[in-house]
Design a protein around this ligand. Structure first.
Ligand code: TXA
Ligand code: MG
Length: 375
């Protein structure tokens, strides 16, 4: 008798449209199951693409030394080829195989902050494939502090190139579901180890120059870096309140649109009271124009708004929680179908610098700084 083989129909459907069947493996973040890690590592070794959790956000991994695999990585994300991924290692010896001129300052940073949310940019060895470093003379390296990431890199036996596992331009994924929403059918597998804990990406620090230069604020605070290595230069892109010309970018990622929800976002910066009254004024304007408006507020202020949707990032007193919630909230707003998101700002201390950098980018630099009336 003829029986329809659904599994095969499914497979043929995917193949006919040039799509992959994305397998999802549940893994215990504290004690990752060896079978799941083994299967995922086999995919990486064979040139495939596997998304995995790190302590910051989910990454999309490929063998960094396999140029075809890295090309497929760019294609799956729709990522421009001039924006290189971070290469992840499971032990410090991996650094000396990929980077040249590892200075005592860089060694001190690795000792203090690895494994952890700090990416270091070094002069690279010539034999790293061009595509992995987007033709740059440097390479960005990091040792993540997550058991699943660690086990996968170790078992793969290769350095793992892993940009954040989202479609280019979208907010980085902090859950396996976010990865699935963006990349289902485009990658081979997802290791689901639950939500990530830091929620913003690693700090990117260029140690090929002295003093080191901060290229992207992230999970390791500037204050913590200062304590260990003293002076750190801030790249002008980090403090900028406006979009700078692309040729000034030192880190290719700086010039690309990033972290943006599909819904337009306007960021209102300044002291809390002034920000609140400006946002209330803007809500009235939106309603007058029959527009649905959402507010990205904080625990201290959320009660005060009457808008179509109000979400709190968390309390000003707990910036780590705000960082952990940020990208999820940006994605949730897209599901609410509002026409505009009005976002409050927070202090740039600690992880606040990374949060404000992501919010400024998410707004496409549509920033309002209401005048503070002296009196
Ligand atoms: O937390 C993270 O860093 C996550 C997880 C998965 O590890 N990864 C991540 O990767 O955010 P990605 O590719 O989304 O961001 C890498 C950033 C980009 O802004 C890129 O331009 C910059 O690092 N970058 C990579 N290589 C570089 C290089 N050689 N010089 C300067 N910047 C570099
Ligand atoms: Mg990214």
């Amino acid at each position: 008798m003829f029986a329809l083989d659904f599994k095969n129909v499914h497979t043929h459907f995917f193949m006919a449209f040039g799509m992959k069947q994305t397998r999802v493996f549940q893994v215990n973040p504290e004690e990752p199951q060896t079978e799941a890690i083994g299967e995922a590592a086999a995919i990486i070794k064979a040139g495939g693409l596997v998304a995995f959790p790190t302590e910051t956000v989910y990454g999309l991994g490929a063998d960094a030394l396999n140029a075809d695999a890295v090309r497929a990585l760019f294609a799956a994300k729709n990522r421009p080829l001039d924006n290189p991924p971070i290469v992840h290692v499971a032990d410090v010896s991996g650094v000396y195989k990929l980077a040249q001129e590892v200075t005592p300052k860089a060694e001190l940073l690795m000792k203090q902050f690895w494994p952890g949310p700090l990416t270091l940019v070094f002069k690279r060895y010539p034999d790293v494939p061009m595509v992995t470093t987007a033709g740059l003379e440097t390479i960005a390296l990091r040792m993540p502090n997550h058991k699943v990431a660690f086990a996968l890199i170790k078992e793969s036996g290769v350095p793992v190139a892993a940009p954040s596992a989202n479609l280019a331009g979208a907010p980085s994924p902090t859950t396996a579901q976010h990865v699935f929403d963006d990349l289902n059918g485009r990658i081979d597998a997802i290791l689901d180890g639950g939500p990530t804990c830091i929620g913003v990406e690693s700090t990117v620090l260029d140690v090929s120059v002295d003093p080191p230069m901060l290229l992207r604020p992230g999970g390791t605070s500037l204050e913590a870096l200062n304590k260990v290595v003293g002076e750190v230069q801030l790249h002008p892109f980090i403090t900028s309140l406006a979009e700078l010309p692309a040729e000034k970018a030192r880190s290719p990622g700086m010039k690309h649109k990033h972290y943006a929800p599909k819904t337009p976002l306007v960021l209102v910066e300044g002291p809390s009271v002034v920000v609140m009254s400006k946002i209330k004024e803007l809500i009235s304007l939106c309603w007058f124009e029959d527009k649905q408006v959402g507010v990205l507020a904080t625990d201290e202020t959320a009660w005060a708004y009457e808008a179509d949707v109000v979400k709190s990032m968390g309390s000003h007193r707990n910036v780590d929680a705000i960082a952990a919630n940020l990208f999820r909230l940006l994605r949730e707003f897209d599901a609410e179908n509002v026409d505009l998101i009005l976002s409050e700002s927070i202090s740039i201390e600690g992880l606040g610098l990374a949060v404000m950098n992501r919010l400024r980018k998410a707004s496409g630099y549509k920033i309002i700084r209401p005048a503070v009336v002296q009196g």
